[in-house]
Design a binder for this molecule. Structure first.
Ligand SMILES: NC(=O)c1ccc[n+]([C@@H]2O[C@H](COP(=O)([O-])OP(=O)(O)OC[C@H]3O[C@@H](n4cnc5c(N)ncnc54)[C@H](OP(=O)(O)O)[C@@H]3O)[C@@H](O)[C@H]2O)c1
Length: 429
C-alpha cells in the first residue's frame, strides 16, 4: 500500500552561524556576540573565531555610545503569516529600530524608503499601488539602502521557490534574509550551498527558525547544541500538525475507532490539511523539515541529501491507486476503499500496546533520514502527551542522554509562525 521515495546521499554543507543574543532593549547597546562556529573547522579554530569576534564586540560596546541602528524591513508575501508578521512588527514597543520599507504580494509592490507609518492601512495602500511586482527593482532599491548603521532585512513570507532562488543575490548585497519558507533549505544542495557562500562573502545572515515547528525553537535549539559542542545522536519527532491531528485521533491505543478516511475528512473540514489531503499524506512536508535539520548537523555526511527533501526516505500514506486523484474531493471520495488497510495497522499496533504516529527521524549514527509511520508504546511521550495538532521533537544528544531534550507545542498557525519569524528578526538587531 505504501510507497517509498528513493534514498540518495549528499553533501552537508559548510556553514557558519553567528549567534547574537538579545541582551537588552536599549537600541544604543551593541548586541552581544555569544558564540560563533564554523562547521568543518577544528574546535580550536571555532573557539578562536568566536573569541575574537566577541572581543571586538565587547570593545566596541565599551568604547562608544553606538547610535541606534535602523533595520529596514521588506516583506515579500503578505498572506496569513505575512499579515500577522506585519501586525507584530507594527506593535513592537517603542523605540522600535524597525522601518517597514517594502511590501510585495505576487502582483503588486509598495516601496516606501522612509518607512510606512505604523498606523497606515497597508493593505489598502498595497492594493492601490501602481507599482507592479518587479524583482530587479526590489533588489536594486533594497541594495541601495544597505549602509553603515542601517541594515536591510528581507522577510520572505511566501512558499515560492522562485523567491527562494533569489536569496543568494540578496545576501551578496548584504541584505539579511529571514523566512518561514522551507523551499531554499530543503531543496537541492546547490541552492543551499549558494546561500552559505553568499553569507560568507558578505557577512549577511539567512535565518529560518519558522521553517520547522513554526514558532517552536527547534532550529535555534539545534544550532545551539551544535555550536556549544554537543553531539546530536538522533532527532525524532512529530513534525507535521496535520499528521499529528490525524493519528492522535485515529490511533489512541484502542483496536477500534473512527475510520482513517473519516478522520482525514474531519481534518480537512477543520482546515488542518491542504485543499488536497494527499499533499499532507505524501510525507513531503515532513521530509522537507528533516532535510533542513539534517543540514545543520555537521556529522551528517555531505553525500546524504543531494536533492534535499527528495533524498529523504519518505513513506507516502497516499494509496497507490489514489496517486493521481485530480483534487481533494476526488481523493476523499475514494479514500474509504482503503480504510481496511489502515484499520489492520491500528489493530496490530493496539495488540502490541502501541499507537501509530507519522514521524521524522534524523539518525546520525546510522546516517539515515526517514519520514515514516511508526509504532510507539502507549507510554511513550508521542502517545501520551500529544494533543490536537501539536508538534513534538526529541533531541537525543551526548549531553541529553538517556533523557532527551523535548520541545512540544503548536507547530502551525499564523500567530506562532509570525512569532518565529519575528524572533529571527530580533537576532539581527
Ligand atoms: N501558515 C502556517 O501555519 C505556517 C506554518 C509554518 C510555516 N509556514 C510557511 O509560511 C509561508 C507563508 O505561509 P502562509 O500560510 O502565510 O501562506 P499564504 O497565506 O498562502 O500566503 C502566501 C503569500 O505569498 C504571496 N506570494 C506568492 N508568491 C509570491 C511572489 N513570487 N512574490 C511575492 N509574494 C508572493 C501570495 O501572494 P498573492 O496573495 O498575491 O498570491 C500570498 O499572499 C509558507 O512558506 C509556509 O510554508 C506557514
Amino acid at each position: 500500500m505504501f510507497r517509498w521515495y528513493s534514498t540518495v546521499f549528499s553533501p552537508v554543507l559548510r556553514h557558519r552561524h553567528r549567534y547574537h543574543r538579545w541582551s537588552n532593549r536599549l537600541w544604543s547597546a551593541s548586541p552581544t556576540l555569544v558564540f560563533s562556529a564554523q562547521y568543518h573547522l577544528p574546535r580550536a579554530q571555532n573557539l578562536h573565531f568566536s573569541t575574537s569576534r566577541a572581543m571586538t564586540s565587547t570593545t566596541h560596546a565599551q568604547s562608544s555610545v553606538t547610535p541606534p541602528q535602523t533595520v529596514c524591513v521588506a516583506v515579500v508575501g503578505v498572506g496569513l503569516v505575512g499579515s500577522e508578521f506585519i501586525s507584530q512588527l507594527q506593535h513592537f514597543p517603542a523605540p522600535s529600530p524597525f522601518r517597514l520599507v517594502l511590501l510585495a504580494s505576487s502582483k503588486k509592490l509598495l516601496f516606501a524608503p522612509d518607512g510606512l507609518a505604523p498606523t497606515v492601512d497597508w493593505q489598502a495602500q498595497l492594493q492601490s499601488s501602481s507599482t507592479k511586482h518587479d524583482y530587479a527593482f526590489l533588489t536594486r532599491e533594497l541594495g541601495a539602502l544597505v549602509r553603515p548603521g542601517q541594515k536591510v532585512v528581507l522577510v520572505d513570507n511566501t512558499s515560492s521557490e522562485d523567491v527562494a532562488r533569489l536569496y543568494p543575490s540578496w545576501l551578496k548585497l548584504g541584505i539579511d534574509v529571514v523566512t518561514p519558507n522551507k523551499k531554499a533549505f530543503s531543496g537541492e544542495a546547490g541552492l543551499f550551498e549558494g546561500i552559505l557562500a553568499a553569507c560568507a562573502e558578505s557577512g549577511a545572515r539567512c535565518l529560518n527558525e519558522a521553517t520547522v515547528g513554526a514558532g517552536l525553537p527547534v532550529v535555534s535549539t539545534l544550532k545551539d547544541l551544535v555550536a556549544t559542542g554537543d553531539k546530536v545522536v538522533k532527532i525524532e519527532g512529530v513534525f507535521s500538525g496535520t499528521m499529528s491531528y490525524i493519528f492522535n485521533n485515529f490511533s489512541t491505543g484502542s483496536a477500534d475507532g473512527p475510520s482513517f478516511s473519516a478522520v482525514v475528512k474531519t481534518a480537512r473540514e477543520k482546515g488542518y490539511t491542504e485543499p488536497h489531503p494527499g499533499d499532507d499524506l505524501n510525507g513531503a512536508d515532513v521530509a522537507r523539515k528533516l532535510a533542513i535539520l539534517a543540514r545543520h548537523i555537521p556529522a551528517i555526511p555531505r553525500t546524504l541529501l543531494p536533492a534535499g527533501y527528495a533524498s529523504v526516505q519518505t513513506q507516502s500514506l497516499v494509496p497507490a491507486a489514489l496517486a493521481t486523484a485530480p483534487d481533494g474531493d476526488a481523493f476523499l471520495a475514494a479514500l474509504p476503499a482503503h480504510d481496511a488497510d489502515f484499520d489492520a495497522l491500528r489493530r496490530q499496533a493496539a495488540a502490541d500496546g502501541a499507537v501509530l504516529r507519522f514521524v521524522g527521524v534524523v539518525d546520525v549514527e546510522k546516517g539515515e533520514v526517514r519520514a515514516e509511520l511508526k509504532r510507539y508504546s502507549n507510554t511513550h511521550p508521542f502517545a501520551t502527551s500529544l494533543g490536537g495538532s501539536d508538534n513534538i521533537i526529541m533531541f537525543h544528544t551526548e549531553r541529553y542522554s538517556p533523557r532527551p531534550l523535548i520541545i512540544q507545542g503548536a507547530g502551525a498557525g499564523a500567530a506562532v509562525t509570525a512569532m518565529g519569524v519575528m524572533s529571527d528578526l530580533l537576532k539581527l538587531v
